[in-house]
Design a protein around this ligand. Sequence first.
Ligand SMILES: CC(C)(COP(=O)(O)OP(=O)(O)OC[C@H]1O[C@@H](n2cnc3c(N)ncnc32)[C@H](O)[C@@H]1OP(=O)(O)O)[C@@H](O)C(=O)NCCC(=O)NCCS
Length: 292
Amino acid sequence: MAVSPVSAVTEFSLRPMASDDAVAGHRLTQQLGWPHTEQDWAFHLAQGQGWVAVESDGAIIATALLWFYGDDDGTLGLVIVNEAFRGKGVANALMEHTIEAAGARKIRLIATDMAVKLYQNLGFASPNQIKIAQRQGVIAGSTPLPTHDGTIVRVAREDDYACIRTLDRNAIGMDRSGVINSLLTSSTGYVLEREGCVIGSVLVRESGRGNTFGPLIARNEADATVLLSKALSEHPGFCRIDVPEDAVSVGQWLDQNGLPVIDRGTLMQNFDNQPLKASPYKIYSLISQALL
Ligand SMILES: CC(C)(COP(=O)(O)OP(=O)(O)OC[C@H]1O[C@@H](n2cnc3c(N)ncnc32)[C@H](O)[C@@H]1OP(=O)(O)O)[C@@H](O)C(=O)NCCC(=O)NCCS
């Protein structure tokens, strides 16, 4: 790939990320104190495609990954520049390349405070000002909330998987079947069933420092909280959950149950808001900040 714009002090070129670059990616997240394991990197890379910025000796100094959902949508994440190379235009060059690769797709991302300007310069905005709260804590043991009105919360079976994919599509408005299928092979799923219909779900997987809970899909915050309480009760230890801050009562329940906010990101997109198809479902926690 052609050598990218060269700053006064740093020469670098861009190339596609290969699966064994996950090791270097992992080192960059470690430098930041982010919790990703090498397996998390491999999982994220396997779902999408990435690019790295490399110095003339081949050392990786930056990463960026892109995920496609169906023909029209995508997300972007794991945009990291080695501390020693920041402020020299590396992220900007990498982003221009990545966004070009996304073509006409509508791209969403969760921006750290540090990266908001980078994305604004590239046409991203946060029209709804939605913040995503990163919550985490160590749960020693908890009791699931009681259910009412014939509601059942149970472990998902294989015959629920199609329903979980449909719930996800309805809630997020993108077709993430590929990623959901991969998650289903390595997660424990819980579903909320009422009058014989599955109307909510959450997946729990090992990642980072313990377990990550998401995506969590439900019709309302009460159902989301019931699902979470069941999943948390069966997965004690270190828990991570990324919750949109407009889910106020889910947030309050997590505050009371040992999962405080430790950071916040901003949901940004490079397309105008379009009327959403009416859906009774909503995402109450993300798969990850990268995959949304
Ligand atoms: C955010 C990050 C990727 C920027 O990388 P970089 O190579 O230093 O960025 P660039 O030099 O290409 O700068 C791009 C733009 O972002 C701005 N910018 C860079 N660092 C910034 C900071 N710490 N705070 C505010 N703006 C910043 C630059 O000023 C520039 O805008 P300008 O051209 O209008 O001046 C890098 O700081 C990083 O890896 N941070 C830690 C991980 C992270 O937060 N990643 C983002 C995940 S969404």
